[in-house]
Design a protein around this ligand. Sequence first.
Ligand SMILES: [Zn+2]
Ligand SMILES: [Zn+2]
Length: 332
Amino acid sequence: MVNCEESTCTNIQSAICLHCLRRLCSMHILVHEKIISKETNELYEQIDEVAEQLNVSLQHIHTAYEESRQKLNTWRQDHIDKIKQKHTEQYQKDNLTKLEDELTQRLIKEQQDSTQLELNGNKIDESSVIQMNSSQQQYTNSQLLATNRAISSPSNQTISTTSPLSRTPIKRPIMFSSKKIVKYFKNISGSDDQNLEDYIVKDLHSLSHVNNIMLVFLSLFDAWHSRNLSTVYNDQSLSYHIKNLKKYIKQQEHQLTVIAAIQVFINNCKYSDSQSNTMFTNLFQFFLTNECITKETIIDWYKNGDYYGYEGFQKAKLWAQSFFKDLIDNPL
Ligand SMILES: [Zn+2]
Ligand SMILES: [Zn+2]
């Protein structure tokens, strides 16, 4: 007979614990069972606690994941929206540029057509004298045309027939620039020089030379200075392009058109008298120095500029006054 494995117990073994294989007496096996049972309960509680903690952690992970996913989605949508907006803007800009080009071409075409109409009108004028005499018509086509002409270009009405000049004022003067040429003028790397030349020679050939010069120089001034940046003057584009443009200014009439372009451009800027005066002085000085306009032409314009029919002459004369005075006082 073997004794109970509990120390100091002298009872005989009567049971084996199936968990730890200890051999104990009937009394100690009961004590042992109680201890085991208590420990088991404690373990269960610990398991529950750990399970609870795991649950909470899992919940946190879920929440964090969900938040990140939403943030990522928002970020993704934001970027898609930005790209779409950028694309729409660029698309509209491209379309606008195209539309602007088309409109410029149309204006040029209409300019050409109206000049043609003018010429035809003059022909009818001559023949209508006979018509009037023979049939006593009260209102001939030519009269209608003449009336329309007077309405559409009121500046022609004020012209005195005793003008000191033999030149005729510009009929239907062009007063706009071309976005395309402005773009070419802003480039001083030389890479657009051929495009510019081609455009002037091919696309503008239908215009009278004077209107051609007007369009080109108004575009040059737009490249030089924009009302959006009223203190910025891009002098480089002026000095770069003038050497190529000089060849288009062949006669005094062309010089006068360049001055008229200065007048129209500064008038359109609608700046203070002081800023307009500075711009006038700088541009006059620039063209004089580059021998595009002569002192004589400036004097001619100053005295007779109203005659050419471009708007804003009286104001322009005021802005040019200080330059003109210096010019007269200091013979070149
Ligand atoms: Zn046991
Ligand atoms: Zn025992």
